[in-house]
Design a protein around this ligand. Structure first.
Ligand code: HEC
Length: 245
């Protein structure tokens, strides 16, 4: 009898551990998918940048074309299809709503993208990403959040400032010399007084970021912000994903 109770208690415990492990695997998968889809969208804007910056009109950069191209880039970079994740992951709806946010942000910005006679319009990947994250927040409410932040000395838009938890992990882990490149950080933590599974995905400056974020420090870039004096390989930003529990 005692043996039987002990065995039952053990199997209940193992079962709940398994449930927790499965939950965390799903959360990790969806958090990374959200980061990778945001990156894929930025890649598309980056490769269309010259067209966007052209003073002409009728550019055929539509919500649907950017969405389809972002999905293609995502598949190419990750080897997985976002639609599979949407179908099998219990949080798949988040990815679906993020993809819808990408489509809507491009459709809503047609008059900017096609503004006649204006070259540079400030519609750069970081602005696009912020608009997508804001639209996503409007759609999903208090279930999840995607934000692009950065080490505090590099932050341009104050909306991107890291919160206390992000600042602590960025300072103690992601920007420390022995943190392995591209390694993500995840933890069950708190956000706004609620329990949340939180994931930080580091991003590094590459050469093509430096026309705006590089040297000489303080010089005004094409977008009107002072350059940060950054260099290639440096931790330049962090995609922060929170999944509330
Ligand atoms: C054409 C200039 C330009 C280039 C090139 C550029 N950025 Fe930015 N970046 C900006 C602007 C402008 C913002 C502020 C966006 C906003 O309004 O939220 C920004 C914001 C950011 C942010 C969000 C945090 C913040 O400071 O508000 C990160 C992270 C970032 N950039 C990283 C990068 C990386 C990495 C690259 C290269 C892959 C890059 N940027 C290339 C102009 C640029």
């Amino acid at each position: 009898m005692v043996k039987w109770i002990a065995a039952t208690a053990l199997s209940v415990m193992l079962l709940s551990l398994q449930v927790l492990a499965d939950e965390m695997a799903s959360e990790n998968e969806i958090a990374l998918a959200l980061a990778n889809m945001l990156r894929a969208g930025r890649t598309v804007i980056s490769s269309e940048q010259a067209v966007i910056n052209d003073p002409g009109t009728d550019k055929a950069i539509t919500g649907v074309s950017v969405r389809n191209e972002a999905i293609r880039v995502y598949r190419e970079k990750t080897g997985t299809d976002p639609n599979d994740i949407i179908a099998h992951n219990p949080y798949g709806k988040l990815l679906q709503l993020q993809i819808e946010s990408i489509t809507e942000v491009i459709d809503d910005n047609q008059s900017t993208i096609n503004k006649p006679g204006i070259g540079f319009k400030g519609f750069v990947p970081a602005v696009f990403a912020r608009l997508v994250n804001e639209r996503f927040r409007d759609k999903i409410g208090k279930e999840a959040e995607v934000k692009v932040t950065a080490p505090v000395s590099l932050v341009r838009n104050r909306k991107a400032l890291p919160d206390d938890w992000e600042m602590e992990i960025i300072n103690s882990k992601l920007s420390s010399a022995d943190w392995p490149k591209n390694k993500i950080f995840s933890q069950l933590a708190e956000k706004n007084g609620r329990k949340a599974y939180r994931v930080l995905v580091p991003e590094y400056y590459s050469e093509n970021c430096l026309s705006c974020h590089g040297e000489p420090r303080g010089e005004i870039d094409i977008t009107g912000y002072p350059k940060e004096g950054g260099h290639a390989g440096q931790l330049g930003g962090v995609i922060s994903i929170s999944l509330y529990r």
